[in-house]
Write a protein that binds this ligand. Structure first.
Ligand SMILES: Nc1ncnc2c1ncn2[C@@H]1O[C@H](COP(=O)(O)OP(=O)(O)OP(=O)(O)O)[C@@H](O)[C@H]1O
Length: 392
């Protein structure tokens, strides 16, 4: 039986609206429903001020859809109700003076603030052999931060750089799975660990050191000491860039990490919806607070290309992150489509940048990686000594 929009809509009538009044269909809370290859995509619009409590509603809708025979997957997201097209639920903009955003000729998609001096926060020791450490972060979980981090790392490597990945998502390490790496790191002297290797990347993750089933009740200080060990007690050798996949969110643990690691810059991953952007802004502010330069924002799950017709659908409000980046004077690094191939290749431990290097998604990630590298050079200051690389 093929899945139809009508059938999905009908089933969604069983999901109650907020306060158990009516149902989410008749209350007009659904976006357009899109179905491709048995996978169902849509978003639910909720009042911005109550968004934090709406996750059970989202989960219920996803459950109902996944239970329909013939449905092989569902992506359901919450988006905020807009009043007058603004982002009323957003916190006020930061008080810092606005920075001019000159348009760059070399990267037309990127709006770049003038180079700021590299982070010189006191007490941050560099890691010998590593030229630049960059964080990939998100204001909240599930926006595709790890997927983006790994593909940016592979994009940088594809452009000829020596790249490492440090999975700092100590609560939910995903690099072993994303990169298809199993086993335990070795140590020649019982102290310094050798990083694991795949697809040309050197990788370290808490996932290699602790069994998946082991509950990890790390408290703030332990998180930091685990991170410090993975950073400093690993034989990274020479790296042009170490990409750190941060834990999602902007809590104390993330703040401490941002403070402890000698970061050359940070990338924020967001989905286009208002709610995700509000969280992304918290992420931006967190790095500003600890004086880490912002390399830019990536919009993930930006738009959807129907595999059968090639038609583009902006079901999740494409463009929100670009507008937000422009508003805040932060570089927009690029947009990644919602693409089943990205999900499936990640799940299979073969990220799309290596499994389909000639495909459009790999090109998107390589472009983003090129902008990241360019931003890094700008932050290091004019005439930085990096390898001379020509990006396509
Ligand atoms: N552009 C995309 N298209 C399709 N699926 C995607 C895309 N980006 C990420 N995903 C999928 O979304 C899910 C969440 O992605 P990921 O684990 O990278 O997010 P995260 O923000 O790191 O999550 P967490 O907060 O759990 O660490 C994964 O199943 C991933 O394969």
């Amino acid at each position: 039986m093929s899945v139809t929009k009508e059938l999905v809509t009908e089933r969604l009538r069983s999901v109650s609206g907020p306060d158990f009044s009516g149902n989410i269909v008749d209350l007009g809370m659904l976006s357009e429903i899109f179905i491709a290859d048995g996978k169902v995509f849509f978003s639910i619009t909720v009042p911005a001020e109550r968004a934090d409590h709406m996750e059970p509603l989202r989960a219920a809708a996803e459950r109902v859809v996944k239970a329909i025979p013939g449905v092989t997957g569902a992506v359901v997201t919450l988006t905020a109700e807009k009043k007058g097209g603004g982002m009323e639920a957003a916190p006020p903009p930061r008080p810092a003076p606005p920075r001019p955003v000159p348009q760059r000729a070399a990267a037309p998609a990127a709006r770049t603030p003038p180079p700021a001096p590299p982070s010189r926060a006191p007490g941050k020791r560099g890691v010998p052999g590593i030229d630049a450490i960059i964080a990939v972060a998100s204001g909240k979980g599930g926006v595709g931060k790890s997927t983006t981090a790994v593909n940016i790392a592979l994009g940088l490597a594809a452009n000829g750089l020596k790249v490492g990945v440090l999975d700092a998502d100590i609560y939910g390490p995903s690099m072993p799975k994303l990169l298809g790496i199993h086993g335990r790191p070795e140590s020649a002297d019982g102290k310094i660990l050798k990083p694991m290797l795949n697809y040309g990347l050197k990788v370290m993750s808490m996932g290699f050191l602790v069994d998946e089933e082991t509950p990890m009740i790390w408290r703030g200080p332990m998180v930091v000491s685990a991170l410090t060990q993975m950073l400093r007690e690993v034989d990274w050798g020479h790296l042009d860039v170490l990409v750190v996949d941060m834990p999602p969110g902007t809590g104390d643990a993330q703040l401490t990490m941002a403070q402890q690691v000698p970061l050359a810059g940070a990338i924020i991953v967001s989905t286009p919806q208002d709610l995700a952007l509000i969280d992304a802004r918290k992420g931006l502010n967190m790095f500003r607070k600890v004086d880490v330069p912002l390399l830019g924002i990536v919009e993930n799950m930006s738009y959807f290309i129907a595999p059968d017709t090639g038609k583009r659908y902006d079901i999740f409000g494409h463009g929100g992150a670009r507008r937000e980046a422009e508003r805040l004077g932060v570089t927009f690094l690029g947009e990644v489509p919602l693409e089943m191939g990205i999900r499936e290749s990640s799940d299979a431990g073969r990220p799309v940048t290596v499994s389909r290097p000639n495909g459009p998604e790999a090109a998107v990630y390589r472009d983003i990686a090129a902008r990241v590298w360019q931003r890094l050079q700008e932050e290091k200051g004019a005439g930085a000594s990096g390898p001379a690389i020509v990006f396509e």
